[in-house]
Design a binder for this molecule. Structure first.
Ligand code: FRU
Length: 474
């Protein structure tokens, strides 16, 4: 178990069967809960349950029993969970434990509505509320993915809900009785597909006292490189209405790769941190993994950074240093001469590679994971001001016509990068987490080297480190 071909060794995936969106993420008494869209009877999408795993450190995960099963109101689609510390819901039955309340979509035949369930034993067992649903379907086909938080200022629970290609906000004193507040989005951002999995959070602006509200919205399809993707909006929230500070036509993507979707944040934590589903609806059901399908991203801390007067979402992978095994640290600068590729053998495709760019005189600079016949290439192109990830010849690609691709992200400057590689995925964090790309690939060879190459000028790197990362499953 967990040693199958392609299996990520330090990312969460279920032991077996199908998984998609992360759900109900909440922290309580030393445990990070991760629920997820799960089909226990097959490794393709089907009647949705909530699978469940817990972690003490966001790195090592223990898979628990299925938390929520489909019932007469429908399948259990995506949603969130909160700790109802003040027992506003009246659903608390234990003296020792706070009640954990899950808010999710009941998906019936063409009828989506919102329901709740509760647990009085730290998420181990769940009871569905007898009065479900708590929000009926108002005649909107896609009406789902409730994400709830306690809004201090207006002293109520706020729910963000995806409705077609807009977001609706609802308010409640007790998680049971909900009032419609407002709608956002018809004129803002990207609308190439249906909006899903919203999250409304407050984030610090780096180096400033100010906090801003950020509305996160997944969209499928409509991504810059095709398929599913996460966009976000920055603005203000007064307890009723979200006001976007950007121009209507501005589109902000959280991750330009093709494999980061349905990402939302943990509830009841001090520092905002989120996780996404590392796949894309274009081919998620076909990826060549067995007996499981799909994996989560590395958890990432979130903040905002000012960049040419615009605010940008920044994602920093959680500290993985306790998993580092062998480390190659280059104290000297590493100078790469044009067309004299430098290669470093990798013992496994399970590494974190970091470097700063001290000088870059080349129009193009590549970082390649190279086997004998195949490779995955990341190219930093100074002329076009973009990064390209090329997985066209990266091993198994023929399982879906949509998979083989060269994917692009605009990039004005290259100061540093972190690359997290875990057997069949890369997560690239450029410029201290300002520019991010997540991509899957399915290597067919055993031995891989890391190759650096410059096209037509010298590139000087400093602080280069390569850390092998140990498996969390052993
Ligand atoms: C997003 C999504 C959600 C829905 C769930 C169903 O990937 O389509 O909108 O709740 O997956 O599994």
């Amino acid at each position: 178990m967990y040693d199958e071909q392609f299996r990520q060794q330090f990312h969460f995936s279920p032991k077996e069967k199908w998984m998609n969106d992360p759900n109900g993420m909440v922290y309580y008494k030393g445990e990070y809960h991760l629920f997820y869209q799960y089909h226990p009877h097959s490794s393709v999408w089907g009647p949705m349950h909530w699978g469940h795993a817990v972690s003490k450190d966001l790195m090592h995960w223990e898979e628990l029993q299925i938390a929520l099963y489909p019932d007469e109101l429908g399948q259990i689609f995506s949603g969130s969970a909160v700790i109802d510390k003040e027992n506003t819901s009246g659903l608390r039955t234990s003296d020792e434990e706070d009640v954990m309340v899950a808010i999710f979509t009941h998906h019936g035949e063409d009828n989506e509505k919102q329901s709740i369930a509760y647990s009085n034993d730290r998420g181990r067992t769940w009871t569905k509320y007898r009065g479900n649903p708590v929000i009926e379907n108002p005649g909107i086909k896609d009406f789902r993915d409730p994400k709830v938080f306690w809004h201090e200022q207006s002293q109520k629970w706020i729910m963000s809900l995806a409705c077609g290609d807009q977001i609706q906000f609802y308010g409640s004193p007790n998680l049971i009785d909900w009032t419609f507040l407002s709608t956002f989005g018809s004129e803002y951002g990207a609308h190439g597909g249906v909006w899903e999995c919203p999250d409304l959070i407050q984030l610090e602006v780096e180096g400033e006292k100010e906090k801003k509200w950020v509305l996160i919205v997944s969209i499928n399809p409509g991504g810059p490189n095709g398929g599913s993707v996460v966009q976000y909006f920055i603005g203000d929230f007064d307890g009723e209405v979200f006001t976007c500070n950007n121009e209507k036509e501005t589109v902000k993507w959280a991750d330009f790769g093709r494999d980061f979707y349905a990402a939302v944040t943990w509830s009841n934590v001090r520092e905002p941190v989120w996780i996404g589903w590392m796949s894309n609806w274009q081919y998620a059901n076909q990826v060549p993994t067995d007996p499981y399908r799909s994996v989560m991203s590395i958890p990432r801390k979130l903040k905002l950074r000012r960049h040419n007067s615009e605010l940008k979402l920044v994602q920093i992978p959680i500290d993985l240093s306790s998993l580092y095994e062998n480390t190659i640290l280059l104290n000297e600068n590493l100078t790469i001469q044009p067309l004299e590729p430098r290669q470093i053998e990798l013992s496994e495709l399970q590494v974190m590679i970091e470097a700063k760019i001290k000088e870059n005189n080349s129009s193009s600079f590549t970082l390649t994971l190279r086997g004998e016949r195949e490779h995955l290439q990341i190219e930093f192109d100074r002329v076009r001001e973009e990064v390209r990830v090329d997985r066209t010849n990266s091993g198994h690609v023929s399982f879906s016509e949509q998979f083989a691709s060269v994917d692009r992200m605009p990039l004005e400057q290259l100061n540093d990068f972190k690359l997290v590689v875990d057997n069949s995925s890369i997560e690239l964090f450029v410029n201290q987490g300002s520019d991010v790309m997540t991509e899957l690939f399915y290597p067919s060879e055993q031995n891989y080297t890391l190759e650096w190459n410059a096209k037509d000028g010298e590139v000087m790197l400093s602080n280069v480190s390569i850390h092998d990362i140990e498996s969390i499953w052993k």
